[in-house]
Structure formats: C-alpha cells, structure tokens
Design a protein around this ligand. Sequence first.
Ligand code: LLP
Length: 384
Amino acid sequence: MNIHQLDINHLKSLETPFYHYDMELLANTLDAAKKAADKRGFHLHYALKANFNDRILELIQSKGYGADCVSGNEVQKSIDMGFPASQITFAGVGKSDKEIILALEQQIFAFNVESIQELLIIDELAGKLGVKANISLRINPNVDAHTHHYITTGLDENKFGVPNSELEKAASVLRSCEHVNLLGLHFHVGSQITDMNVFKSLCVKVNEWKNWFEERGTTIKVLNVGGGLGVDYQQPDENPMPDFEAYFDVFDKFLERNPNQEVHFELGRALVAQSGTLVSQVLYTKSGIKKNFLILDAGMTELMRPALYQAYHKIEKLGSSNQEELLNYDVVGPICESSDCFGKEVTLPISERGDLIAIRTAGAYGEVMASRYNLRDEIRYVYG
Ligand code: LLP
C-alpha cells in the first residue's frame, strides 16, 4: 500500500527509522516491465545492486526475472533466492579469482568481461576447472548519459568496459582463449537516465560494434544493453512507475538485430525505487539564526544518496492535512557530518517532536548503501 494510505497511528507505534516497501506497487511495476519486455521478446535481468532485500528478491524471482550481479556474494545470493544459474550474469571491473571460480562452478549464464586481463584470467581459471566460461564483452561506447557524473559509466574517462581502442586486441585475444565462449556484447552507460535520446544513441553504438564483430566473422548471440532507466523523484505519486513501453520501444525501433539475436536488459532502479520509503521521526526542531532545522532519527547512514550525490528525494510529513501552516526547513539527520542533510529549504507543514517524515523513492540504492557509521542500528523494514 502507498505510505499515505497506511494508518498514521499504526505507523507511530513502530520503531523508527524504517524502510516501508509497498509490495503492491512493486508487483505492479514488475508486471508492467515484464509485460512490455515479453511483448518484444526482450530478456530482463534485475540488477541486485539496487536492492537485495530478501522479500523483494523473492517477489522479483517469482516473476521470472534473471539476476544481474556485481560480486560473488550477489551471485551466491541470487542462487540462494532461487534465480536459475542460466539467468545470472556477473559484471564488475574487479572480479576476484575467488568470485570468478564461484561463478564458474555455478555455471552462470555469462560473465560481463571488462578488460583483456580479466578475459585471460577467466580463461585460465576455466581451464583449471575444466569448464568453458560464457562471456559477453563489455564495451565502453563513449555515450554521455547526461546524468550525475558519479553515476555515468559509459564515457572514455570511466573505468568500465573495454575501451574502443583495445577492441581489436580483445578480439584477437578472444580467438586464443580456449576456455571462453563469446556469447555477446555488453553495454551500460549510466543510471537515472530519463532522456530516451540517450538510449537511442546507445543503440547506434551497439549496432556499430555488433557489425564490427560480425564483419570479422564473430557470431553475436546476445546484445546486453544494461540498465539505467530513471524514475520520477519529484512526483512519486503522480508517476509511480516509468514508461516501460516507451523505453523498450526505443530499443525495438533502433536496435538492429537478427531474428536469432537476444536482447538483454539489466534494470535496477526503475523496478524498485518507487516502492520504498524511508520513514523517520522528528527528534528535535531547532531555529538557528538563518535556518529552521528538522532533526530526524534517520540520517545518511540509512539513505546516503542526498549526501553522496546531492540527490533529491521528496520529503513529506505523514498524516498532515492540507490546512496546516507551512515553514521552510533544512531536514537533517543525527550523524556527525555536515553532509548529513536530506534537503535544504524544504517547505513542510510546521512539525514537532514525534511527527513522522517520509523520504520517498528510496527503494533503490537506499538500504543497500546503508552503513553502521556512528554504530547505528541495523535497518528495520515494514512491508505492505
Ligand atoms: N548494469 C550495470 C553494469 C550497472 O553498473 C548498473 C548500475 C545497472 C546495470 C543498474 O542500473 P539501474 O537500472 O539501477 O540504473 N548508487 C547510485 C547508482 C549506481 C548505479 C551503478 N550501476 C545511485 O544511488 O544513484
């Protein structure tokens, strides 16, 4: 249920701060994305890094999604949660030998390989285990995602993927790797992308590189175009889910694919962000010389995005009527850091100790990025 539909007295009886997950919205979002993808024959992998809460993974797995992982632990978690190994991919620029061995033993669908050196190591370890590793080569396409620079990944200056200048060499190394089987190509240009033109530019690059490999006699079975679809942080209730039809349409229209070529996606944020809300209590109010502060019992330890990326999250007072008098507050947490601030000059109904504050659109990169800094409590959850 939407956080505003829950009984305020019930919410006030719960220990704060906690994450509330709207499981109904999550299910609807998962269904909408899956339906739009299925219609076009696209394959969907959920990027675990956005949220690996058990209840959320259970639901995503039950809807038939694959898993996109970036650590050995995420690979193991996906397997434990019932994702079939044949639908698990493993990306990341720094896979350790131990992680590679785990993924080889589990016979996952594919490694998304990010450098020539990594390719050679996977070949060597697969040889030692007497298995063949399926891989997709991650290409850095040099496409600007026009998003926050911390979450842009597809530019020449970023550490991700094999740069264009190395592809000739990568292709020849691949031919010499006996224990590696090239399934396809992998791309991911960034996160929180709301301009569909970015994905159109990505398609152009994917087509170019696919042709480049095919001209050299290499069969490309899988085109993995990554994730990155953004959500509406400003208006979570008006836009509770992204326009999946419009998103997949771009790839349907602009990606050139042969009938036997598969298109894979790795969505994280778009699937889970809107279903999560961080609920916190006002501990204190304070009027400084220039500012009014609302001091919450949640901080950057529960939701780091505002402190790390200056990210906007809508802040609301729960259980308030439209008639209340408004005031501008800097909404801050209890952590001993000046960056521990959820929003500056936020207009809210006048609030007092004990009031509940909702920080919306916190289902992606929220609890997974939480820390115990200041020896904070473990995260609490409420589902419903
Ligand atoms: N595939 C790869 C290779 C990725 O690196 C990512 C995200 C995804 C898929 C999923 O992207 P999504 O669909 O969620 O945009 N902590 C940041 C976001 C970091 C994204 C890292 N990579 C934030 O809070 O905005």
